[in-house]
Structure formats: structure tokens, C-alpha cells
Design a protein around this ligand. Structure first.
Ligand SMILES: NC(=O)c1ccc[n+]([C@@H]2O[C@H](COP(=O)([O-])OP(=O)(O)OC[C@H]3O[C@@H](n4cnc5c(N)ncnc54)[C@H](OP(=O)(O)O)[C@@H]3O)[C@@H](O)[C@H]2O)c1
Length: 325
């Protein structure tokens, strides 16, 4: 089968497609013919060996996919070849086929495209866990989403609206702000402007946001916290801007505010009940058509490098997806 193979940690231009053996299923596993795989911020770091954990070489990147079941281990029930599934893997999804534990996939709702299935799990699990479980966002509250046109940002807009919040989207370009508005943001602000906190104040009617969804980091995070409403919750999701901000401790005191961390990768192990609640709610919204995962741009398999480069150059709108097979 064809797969993207990282033989040495390097920029994506130096990574190629290779012919490798199709993996066999072991106990508890299924093999999925991948139709679409999505690229996340972390995948770009992993390819270059810059992520906090390093995948042993050689490896195939790609942690999210959708496709059709192709082989099922003898001890696995509930799956038969041909079923449409979507799921996650530690790595390996940028390939014609991926082998994963059976509990790493779920059956796709009818009508959901393979591309949307591949764009679903990480961003929407992160957004609902961050806003619902950690940020305790309530109907009628105001939510500020930083990096609002990015993968997690656009998911946070949709989830914020489904939870009944008023959503303010912050993004760096007119195109990104329009994209955010098209997925439900009630107001937009350009957070690259020096006076953006004034615009935010106006957009929230003077009170500031009750909850901040923050996948960006850097100086903008501290500025956002300075604008938070009384009893506000600032949910730390990531550091796409590259620097980890330091918050002066007087600000939470003055605002009665909370700084709350989110790590979706640890939920299943540390908070299995929360993971079940979140996935049950997301599946219900998906099955009723209330939530459709946003697919940013779709690339051909041979053009997988462009998917990485679009994301790495801050040019991505939504999630980057590679179509395979
Ligand atoms: N904690 C968790 O469980 C969890 C889960 C998923 C992802 N994450 C993390 O969250 C972060 C964002 O992930 P994502 O998938 O939303 O990424 P993304 O799609 O690339 O979006 C990130 C956004 O950050 C903004 N940004 C500001 N400065 C940037 C810079 N120098 N380079 C790139 N983007 C910059 C961009 O918006 P503007 O151009 O509008 O500023 C961009 O749209 C990453 O650090 C990722 O590792 C964490």
C-alpha cells in the first residue's frame, strides 16, 4: 500500500510517499481502508521531531481518519467489512490503510462525508470538553474564540452556538473573520489591531467575555484575560502562536477569574465519564444533523505536503483534509 513515511525528522518537503506492506490486524484490532485523513497542528510538529513526544522512526503521520472497515480480528464484534467508520490513531492515517484498536473508531452517521468524518473527532471533542466540562459555558453567556478560523477555533464557534452562547470570533484577516461568521459567530474582532480590546468591549456590550477559548497563546492571551468578565473562565487549549504566555497573578484576583487547562489527549484515561458524556452529546448532534464538522480544504494524496504547508503558514481556514483512495 501507499503511505507517507517519515524516515528522519525533517521539514515536510523532505518527506515522501512510499510503497510499504499493508499492516495485518492483531487481537482486538480492525483495519480500515482510509478514504480521508486530516492534518492537525501536532502532526506538523511530529514530522519535524519538534513535538513533546517523538514517534519512533520510521513512522507514518496522521491521527484522524474516515474510511471503510477492511479486516476484523477474530475477537472483535460489532464491525464487519465495508462499514463506514471514523476514528483516531496514534499515527499511521496518511496511508491506504490503518490498523487500530476497535474502540478507536465509531460508525459514521449516514450522510456524513468521509472528509467531514476525518475532520471530526479531535477538534470537536476538544471544543466541547473545553467549553462544556471545563469552562462551564452556559446559555446566554458570551464566548470569545481566539484563532477562530482555525481547526479548534471553528469547532468552538459551532459548539458555543449549540450550547446557547453568544460568540465573538477573533481572527487575523478579513477572510478568516468572514469564515468564522459563516459558521455562526455573532460578532468578529481583528485581534492583530492594537486597540482590539476596545472592539471586544463594544462587541460584548461592555462586560467582556464570560468564557475565552484560547488555542493561540502569546501576548494576545494575556490581553484577552485582561478583558474577561467578572467570574470569567479562560480555557487554555494551545499555543499556535509559538510562545507560552505568563499571566500576572493579580489578574485572576481582580477579575474573580479562572485559568483552566484542557488536554483532550488525557480525557479518556483521567476522566472517562467526561469523555463518555462529551462523545454521547457530539454523536447526538451529528446524528440529528445539528453539527456538521467543518472541512477546510481537501488535498489529493499526492499533494499531502500542501496540506501541511497551508496549516504551517497560518493560511488554513478550518481543518486540512487529505483524500486517499
Ligand atoms: N489541548 C488540547 O487538547 C488540544 C487539542 C487540539 C489542538 N490543540 C492545540 O491547539 C493549537 C491550535 O490547533 P488548531 O488545530 O486550531 O490549529 P490551526 O488550525 O492551525 O489554528 C490555529 C490558529 O492560531 C492562530 N495563530 C496565531 N499565531 C499563529 C502562528 N504564528 N502560526 C499559526 N497560527 C497562528 C491562527 O489564527 P489567526 O491567523 O487568525 O491568528 C490559526 O488559525 C495547537 O497548538 C494545537 O496543538 C490542543
Amino acid at each position: 500500500m501507499k503511505a507517507v513515511v517519515v524516515e528522519q525528522y525533517a521539514p515536510i518537503d523532505q518527506i515522501g510517499l512510499k510503497e510499504i506492506a499493508t499492516p495485518e490486524v492483531g487481537p482486538g484490532q480492525i483495519r480500515v481502508r482510509v478514504h480521508a485523513a486530516s492534518i492537525g497542528f501536532v502532526d506538523g510538529l511530529k514530522v519535524e521531531g519538534r513535538y513533546q513526544t517523538k514517534d519512533p522512526l520510521p513512522f507514518t503521520p496522521g491521527a484522524e481518519f474516515a474510511g471503510a472497515v477492511d479486516a476484523v480480528a477474530g475477537d472483535v464484534t460489532g464491525f464487519t467489512p465495508g462499514m463506514r467508520v471514523m476514528g483516531t490513531a496514534r499515527s499511521g492515517a496518511l496511508a491506504d490503510a490503518v490498523v487500530v484498536p476497535a474502540d478507536a473508531v465509531e460508525i459514521m452517521p449516514d450522510g456524513l462525508s468521509m472528509e467531514a468524518g476525518a475532520a471530526f473527532r479531535t477538534n470537536y471533542l476538544t471544543a466541547l470538553y473545553a467549553l462544556g466540562e471545563r469552562g462551564r459555558l452556559c446559555a446566554g453567556e458570551q464566548l470569545l474564540v481566539l484563532g477562530a478560523a482555525g481547526g479548534t477555533g471553528i469547532a468552538a464557534i459551532q459548539i458555543g452556538k449549540l450550547l446557547g452562547a453568544r460568540v465573538i470570533a477573533a481572527a487575523s484577516t478579513e477572510e478568516k473573520r468572514s469564515f468564522a461568521a459563516s459558521f455562526g459567530a455573532d460578532a468578529v474582532v481583528d485581534y492583530t489591531r492594537p486597540d482590539w480590546r476596545d472592539a471586544l468591549k463594544d462587541a460584548t456590550g461592555g462586560g467582556g467575555p464570560d468564557v475565552i477559548f484560547d488555542p493561540v497563546g502569546g501576548e494576545v492571551s494575556v490581553q484577552a484575560f485582561r478583558s474577561i468578565a467578572w467570574n470569567g473562565r479562560h480555557v487554555v487549549v494551545g499555543f499556535a502562536a509559538g510562545s507560552i504566555p505568563a499571566l500576572p497573578f493579580n489578574l485572576p484576583l481582580l477579575k474573580g477569574g479562572l485559568l483552566i487547562g484542557v488536554d483532550a489527549a488525557q480525557i479518556a484515561r483521567r476522566e472517562p465519564d467526561a469523555q463518555t458524556r462529551v462523545m454521547t452529546q457530539l454523536s447526538a448532534w451529528l446524528n440529528h444533523g445539528e453539527l456538521v464538522p467543518v472541512v477546510g480544504k481537501v488535498f489529493a494524496f499526492e499533494d499531502f505536503r500542501s496540506a501541511f504547508k497551508t496549516m504551517q503558514s497560518r493560511a488554513a481556514l478550518g481543518k486540512m483534509v487529505v483524500r486517499i483512495g
